[in-house]
Design a protein around this ligand. Structure first.
Ligand code: SF4
Length: 342
């Protein structure tokens, strides 16, 4: 079967099932919305029309950009490389601090936009010399069929594929994506299931299941926690997160990033650096080998060999320098560093 036929089949894979009285149940994310005729699901991007789930905003892009892979963030996946970053519309969470709320909480005005196809995106990546393509900026799970088709075509052309997600696809979606996916960054927004449900309308169990599934499918997986004052900056919660991550593998990369007031969440100032440093300490105490701070001016985010401390990758204000002769084995002690290296 050609890559295009394979991709078409994926596009046709129904992430929904029919229900009684012309209703449908969407299976794209763990929310599993039951959608009545003429209504949309929680994310508003998926519609029931005459008993079939339709995706009227598919292929409408909110952004298409040339990014460093470090911006995803992925620090252990071909550092210093560039990625064609694709953004769509909509989200299935409701984070009140969302820095991308103009695209995550809104839909495109179709008349003003042209829809793009997976083939066009892959061709653009190839023509512009990218080796990697990423779905990022909004939540890609709400367009999982389009993501799958694009990734399938991208893999057939030798491109690497990356997903930046809130993990809401759970184990089922993660398994569906895994054959076409090289690396993922999952946003683990907190470790208190009740708060997560109330504040961002997320399902902690599904997020954790997606992380475990990506890892067990050998997809390179990094995890990000935006440390939000008043929401998830409690020491005990951060310690629990660190312990869980260390439990699935001490080589799990954990990014702790600073919050800045945005959107509906203005009652607190930016995350104090001391809170992030304390969280990093929890990570180290839990046994994690790689914990990085993000959005902190002047903060070093070098990668050091966990065995001997030798610097493997230096990152400094957007510049990335990979130590000579480092291709995965520490040049000083020959220890293998977890990640995908050139
Ligand atoms: S992708 Fe959207 S419609 Fe489907 S289950 Fe999730 S929130 Fe509901």
């Amino acid at each position: 079967m050609s890559a295009e036929s394979h991709a078409d089949l994926l596009m046709a894979t129904p992430f929904w099932i029919p229900e009684a009285d012309l209703g449908v149940r969407c299976l794209a994310c763990s929310r599993e919305c039951r959608i009545s005729e003429g209504q949309t699901g929680f994310c508003r991007t998926r519609v029931n029309k005459e008993g079939r789930l339709q995706r009227p905003y598919e292929g409408f892009l909110s952004a298409l950009a040339d990014d460093p892979i470090e911006k995803k963030p992925l620090y252990h996946f071909f550092p210093g490389s560039r990625v064609l970053s694709i953004g769509g519309w909509g989200c299935n969470f409701t984070c009140p601090w969302c820095q991308n709320h103009p695209i995550s909480q809104n839909l495109p005005r179709q008349r003003e936009q042209r829809s793009t196809s997976p083939k066009e995106l892959v061709n653009q990546a190839l023509e512009e010399g990218f080796q990697c393509l990423a779905f990022t900026y909004n939540e890609p799970t709400v367009a999982i069929e389009f993501v799958l088709q694009t990734f399938c075509l991208a893999k057939s052309e030798g491109l690497r594929t990356v997903l930046v997600t809130n993990g809401s696809m759970g184990a089922r979606g993660a398994r569906a994506l895994a054959p076409y996916l090289d690396a993922v960054n999952v946003d683990l927004k907190g470790f208190n299931a009740e708060k997560l449900r109330q504040v961002v309308q997320g399902d902690l169990g599904a997020v954790l299941a997606s992380i475990e599934t990506f890892r067990s499918e050998e997809i390179w997986t990094e995890v990000t926690t935006l440390v939000v004052p008043g929401f998830n900056d409690d020491a005990q919660e951060l310690r629990q997160t660190a312990d869980w991550l260390a439990g699935i593998g001490r080589s799990t990369v954990w990014h702790l990033t600073a919050f800045h007031p945005d959107y509906h969440y203005q009652k607190f100032g930016p995350t104090p650096v001391s809170t992030l440093e304390q969280a990093r300490e929890h990570g180290r105490e839990a046994g994690l080998h790689f914990v990085y701070l993000g959005n902190v001016p002047g903060e070093s985010s070098n990668t050091a060999c966990p065995k001997c401390g030798f610097t493997l990758v230096e990152r400094d204000e957007g510049r990335v320098r990979i130590t000579e002769n480092f291709h995965g084995l520490c040049p000083a002690c020959q220890n293998r560093a977890a990640g995908r290296w050139a």
